[in-house]
Design a protein. Structure first.
Length: 211
C-alpha cells in the first residue's frame, strides 16, 4: 500500500489514462493486503476515476473520450465522496461506462439495486439463482417469469431491450463461447507493461524515505 500510494510522480496516472486512453489493472487481493486495506485501495481507484470524469463537466459530451470502469466484487468498494447512486445516474453524461460485477443481489443495498434497475435500461440476464430471479422478474413479466430466468441454459440469455426510450418485449437468445486466450500474449503484455510503466519497489522506497 505504501509503495502504491507513496509515489509522487508515477509514470502513468488515472487521469492520463482516462483522457488519453490506456488500460489499468488494479489487483487488490484481500488475502495479501488484508480486507480493510483492499477495500480502501479499491475505493481510492473508483473515487479517482469518478472525480476525473466529473472534472470534464465543462466539456461538450462529444469532446469527452469514452472510458470504462470495471469493478469486480462491487459491494466492497461503494465508499465514495458522493453516493454510488449518483455515479450510476450521471456516468452516462460523462461518457463513462460501468461494469459492476458481484455474486448476488443480496450483497447490494436496496438503494443501489434500485439505481441499477433505473439506469441500466436494457436488461440482459444469464441464468441466476431463484432468489435473484424473483427480484429481476418484474423487469421481464409477462413474457418471462422468475422460473424462466433461473432455468436458462448455458450461453442462453434473457433480454428486455430499451427501444426508443421505451420498453420492448422480452425475449431470449444464445451467445457464443469466448475463444481461448493466449499464454504467450499474456507474458508479452506483462513484460512490456513492466518495461514502460513499472518502477522497482526499492527505488520507490528510497524516494519515500528521502522525503
Amino acid at each position: 500500500m505504501r509503495a502504491i500510494v507513496g509515489q509522487a510522480k508515477p509514470k502513468r496516472n488515472v487521469e492520463s489514462l482516462i483522457d488519453d486512453g490506456g488500460l489499468l489493472l488494479v489487483r487488490v487481493p484481500k488475502g495479501t493486503l488484508g480486507e480493510d486495506t483492499s477495500r480502501l485501495l479499491g475505493a481510492f481507484v473508483v473515487a479517482r476515476v469518478w472525480q476525473r470524469c466529473m472534472q470534464r463537466a465543462s466539456l461538450a459530451e462529444e469532446e469527452c473520450p469514452d472510458a470504462t470502469l470495471y469493478v469486480d466484487e462491487t459491494h466492497n468498494y461503494l465508499a465514495l465522496p458522493r453516493s454510488f447512486e449518483d455515479l450510476l445516474a450521471e456516468a452516462r453524461g460523462y461518457r463513462l461506462s460501468l461494469v459492476l460485477a458481484h455474486q448476488h443481489m443480496g450483497q447490494l443495498t436496496k438503494d443501489v439495486r434500485d439505481a441499477m434497475a433505473a439506469n441500466a435500461r436494457t436488461k440482459v440476464v444469464f441464468t441466476c439463482s431463484p432468489e435473484d430471479a424473483f427480484i429481476l422478474e418484474r423487469h421481464f413479466i409477462p413474457d418471462l417469469s422468475a422460473y424462466d430466468l433461473s432455468h436458462l441454459a448455458t450461453f442462453q440469455v434473457a433480454c428486455r431491450p430499451c427501444v426508443r426510450g421505451g420498453q420492448g418485449q422480452a425475449f431470449s437468445f444464445r451467445t457464443e463461447a469466448l475463444p481461448d486466450g493466449s499464454e504467450a500474449r499474456k507474458d508479452e503484455v506483462r513484460a512490456r507493461s513492466a518495461e514502460l510503466f513499472a518502477v522497482p519497489r526499492d527505488e520507490v522506497e528510497d524516494v519515500i524515505d528521502s522525503r
